[in-house]
Design a protein around this ligand. Structure first.
Ligand SMILES: [Fe+2]
Ligand SMILES: [Fe+2]
Length: 291
C-alpha cells in the first residue's frame, strides 16, 4: 500500500536521524549576555516605537519571553498530537509500517516536549500556554479529532514552527541553546510534516462534503489560535507593558504581520491546494493574521 511505502521510508529516516536532547544539548552551558532568543527582526515588536525606546538588553529580554511562548505553544500542540496519534494507533494493525511510524512520531514528540520544557526552565520565564476558550478547545480536539481537521491542525502548527526554527537555527544573532533546540526539532519535524501532508490529502479525498464543511471551521479556528497565541500577550510584562498594550502594538506592527504571513506561507499554500482555506472557516483565517 502507498501509505506503507511512505511510512517505511520515514521509519528508516527516523532510525538514522533521531536525537536525544538530554545527550546532544549542553544544558549546563551559560546563556550568552549579548545574544537574542529569536532573530531580532522576528520579534513581535521589532521596528515599532516601543522597540525603538527599548535598550539592547530589554530587546533581548523580550525575545527570551517570546521564545518561551513559542515553545509553550509547541508543547501544548505536541501533547494534543500525541493523544491523537495514540488513539489512531489503537485501531490499526500493529504490523503495518503506517501504524509503526505513527507510534515512532509519538516517541519524537515525547522527546521534543521534554526538550522544550527544559529550554523554558533554562530561559527562566513563566510557562505560556493557551488558556480560556483555547484551553477548552485543545481538550476537545485532543479527545475527539480525526480525519482532515486532525491532520490540518497539526500541519498548521508544525509548519509555522518549522519555518521560524529553520531561520533561528542558522542565525548567529541567536543563543546557541535555542539554535540547537531548533536544529533538532527541524530535522525530526521534516518527517512529521511529510506524514501529515500525505495523510491529510488522503483524508480529504475520503471525506464527505458535509464533513469537510465542519472540518473547515475547526481548521480555521486552529489557524486563528496559532496566529493569535504564538506570542502570548503576557510576554510584554517582561518589558513593563501590559498584555493589552503589547498585543495592540504587535498587531499593528507591519513587520510582525509580515512575519506571521511568512511563517505560514508554505502551509497556507498546501492547504489552499486542498481547498481547506476557503468556505466557512475563511473568516477565522482572515482574523488569524496568517493570510
Ligand atoms: Fe515536535
Ligand atoms: Fe511533530
Amino acid at each position: 500500500m502507498d501509505r506503507d511505502r511512505v511510512a517505511t521510508r520515514l521509519l528508516s529516516s527516523s532510525a538514522e536521524h533521531s536525537y536525544d536532547p538530554s545527550v546532544e544539548i549542553d544544558w549546563e552551558a551559560p546563556l550568552a549576555a549579548d545574544l537574542y532568543f529569536v532573530p531580532p527582526h522576528r520579534s513581535s515588536l521589532y521596528g515599532t516605537a516601543v522597540w525603538e525606546r527599548l535598550t539592547e538588553q530589554q530587546r533581548i529580554t523580550l525575545t527570551r519571553y517570546e521564545a518561551a511562548s513559542i515553545a509553550g505553544l509547541g508543547i501544548w500542540f505536541e501533547t494534543i498530537l500525541m493523544q491523537l496519534l495514540i488513539r489512531s494507533y489503537y485501531g490499526q494493525d500493529p504490523t503495518s509500517a503506517h501504524a509503526q511510524y505513527g507510534l515512532t512520531e509519538v516517541a519524537d514528540e515525547c522527546r521534543h516536549s521534554v526538550m522544550f520544557g527544559r529550554m523554558i526552565a533554562a530561559l527562566d520565564t513563566p510557562v505560556y500556554r493557551p488558556d480560556g476558550v483555547n484551553e477548552f478547545l485543545g481538550r476537545w480536539i485532543g479527545a475527539t479529532a480525526s480525519g482532515p481537521r486532525m491532520f490540518a491542525a497539526i500541519l498548521i502548527c508544525e509548519e509555522i514552527l518549522d519555518t521560524l526554527q529553520r531561520e533561528a537555527m542558522a542565525s548567529p544573532q541567536v543563543q546557541p541553546l535555542v539554535r540547537m533546540v531548533s536544529r533538532i526539532h527541524v530535522v525530526e519535524e521534516a518527517r512529521h510534516v511529510r506524514y501529515a501532508r500525505e495523510e491529510l490529502a488522503r483524508q480529504v479525498r475520503a471525506a464527505s462534503r458535509r464533513r469537510l464543511l465542519f472540518d473547515k471551521v475547526v481548521i480555521g479556528r486552529a489557524a486563528y489560535l496559532c496566529g493569535t497565541r504564538l506570542i502570548h500577550p503576557a510576554v510584554y510584562r517582561s518589558i513593563g507593558l501590559s498584555p493589552a498594550e503589547g498585543r495592540a502594538a504587535a498587531r499593528a506592527n507591519p513587520y510582525f504581520r509580515e512575519t506571521l504571513r511568512w511563517s505560514a506561507g508554505r502551509v497556507v499554500a498546501y492547504l489552499s491546494e486542498l481547498d481547506l482555506v476557503d468556505g466557512p472557516g475563511k473568516p477565522l483565517w482572515n482574523r488569524s493574521g496568517l493570510l
